[in-house]
Design a protein around this ligand. Structure first.
Ligand code: PMP
Length: 435
């Protein structure tokens, strides 16, 4: 299956050339274009379980999982069935449906800090809406985010952003008025002193702190001991809203997200990816007293033609229902640990300097001789990006699909069996030998 000697990119190359003539960069989301690693992006034809299949019939073990949603593996039968059954009754009504209640109740059951919540259609919409709500609720303009964190592409959040913005070298995107960006304060991730200092400077002007409780958009950086608790305390002290952006970590780091894993309760939570099971879904929610500021109950406006779309709700509900069965996250964490430890051991055997982070179903590897835990933006930026590019392409040819950027976390799914992880490690060993 994988590691085929027939690796070809012929059809993907043809499609990429055609795509570029009609779609900017040939892609509908920038990192997909392989800009930072070079070469031709694989055009995907279908996916099943832990595998992706491209238009040249290459098979890949997939560690991107559509950038997070496919935690149960691709084409999961329960999700497929829910979507097909729901589609037969109509695709969108623009009126309330019962499944939206069931879905909201399910989310609240799994993430109890979300006393009340609203569905949207993407992670970007979720964070953008949560920020507006925090501003409306507190009557303050400034927000605090961390360098290298990505919270979607809303204007106030594309300041020192991670993910594709960092990969493409535009952490501060043109097109955002300086007058607007000046309300976004940024400090270093995992640095509580900087957070306290900035609150001392603007004690009654910061509406919220928004944070990725595990940073997945600057490779994978877990919070250092005491960091999230420190943010909670600062927000309590200055009556600022604490927003956990769990678009990536939600239902992944643990069934109840990073807030369950680290036992810290935010005021608001944003969700995306896993919550839609592969359909376009996001959600934001939290303390009822804050959520009641949203229209039509409150004055802060927020809306969406396709919000709570029946197909999206059916896929999301099926996904969350499956995830909640048995002790799936224990298995996911074990698979991720096996992968991370195996990669490190293989790199050591071949004399390649590698540092690894992992939490729940997220992992990140760093080509660096720095043997201390990787916890800062500076450490990530100091890694060997040329070595990453080389490794990325060697792995692709061996049939392993990694995120095409050194600034993205890797995702493991429930479909990554022991055997599949072993295959990945065999491929990685061959690639390390060639670095
Ligand atoms: N927040 C985080 C933490 C994310 O990782 C992402 C996307 N990778 C977003 C928000 C934006 O989500 P979307 O791409 O669905 O708009």
């Amino acid at each position: 299956m994988t590691g085929s000697t027939n690796f070809s990119t012929h059809n993907s190359e043809k499609l990429f050339a055609k795509a570029k003539s009609v779609i900017p960069g040939g892609v509908n989301s920038p990192v997909r274009a392989f800009n930072s690693v070079g070469g031709t992006p694989s055009f995907i034809k279908r996916a099943e379980g832990a595998y992706l299949y491209d238009e040249d019939d290459n098979a890949y073990i997939d560690y991107v999982g559509s950038w997070g949603p496919m935690i149960l593996g691709h084409n999961h039968p329960a999700i497929l069935e829910a979507v097909i059954n729901t589609a037969q009754r109509g695709l969108s009504f623009g009126a309330p449906t019962e499944i939206e209640i069931t879905m909201a109740e399910k989310v609240r059951e799994l993430v109890p800090s979300m006393e009340s919540l609203r569905m949207v259609s993407s992670g970007t919409e979720a964070t953008m809406s949560a920020i507006r709500l925090a501003r409306g609720f507190t009557g303050r303009d400034k927000i605090l985010k961390f360098e290298g964190c990505y919270h979607g592409h809303a204007d106030s959040l594309l300041v020192k952003a991670g993910s594709g913005a960092l990969t493409l070298g535009v952490p501060n995107s043109p097109g955002i008025p300086a007058d607007f960006a000046k309300h976004t304060l940024t400090v270093s991730y995992n640095n509580l002193d900087e957070v306290k200092e900035i609150f001392t400077k603007y004690p009654d002007q910061i509406a919220c702190i928004i944070v990725e409780p595990v940073l997945g958009n600057m490779n994978c950086i877990p919070p250092v001991e005491g960091f999230l608790k420190g943010l909670r305390d600062v927000c309590d002290e200055y009556s600022s809203v604490l927003i956990f952006d769990e678009v990536m970590t939600g239902f992944r780091v643990a069934l109840g997200g990073a807030q369950a894993h680290y036992d810290i309760k935010p005021d608001l939570t944003t969700l995306g990816k896993v919550i839609g099971g592969g359909m376009p879904v996001g959600a934001f929610g939290g303390k009822k007293a804050i959520m009641d500021f949203i229209a039509p109950v409150g004055p802060v406006y927020q809306a969406g033609t396709l919000s709570g779309n029946p197909l999206a709700m059916a896929a999301g509900l099926a996904s969350l229902t499956e995830l909640a069965k048995g002790n799936k996250h224990k298995q996911l964490s074990a698979a991720t640990e096996k992968l991370a430890m195996g990669l490190k051991a293989a790199a050591d055997r071949h004399g390649v300097d590698l540092n690894i982070n992992y939490v729940g179903g997220m992992f990140g590897f760093f080509f660096t001789s720095d043997e201390t835990p990787i916890t800062t933006f500076e450490q990530v930026m100091a890694c060997d990006s040329e070595k990453f590019k080389h490794f990325f392409h060697l792995m692709l040819e061996q049939g392993v699909y990694l995120a095409p950027s050194a600034f993205e976390t890797g995702f493991v799914s429930m479909a990554h069996s022991d055997e599949i992880i072993e295959k990945t490690l065999e491929a990685a060993a061959k690639c390390f030998a060639q670095l």
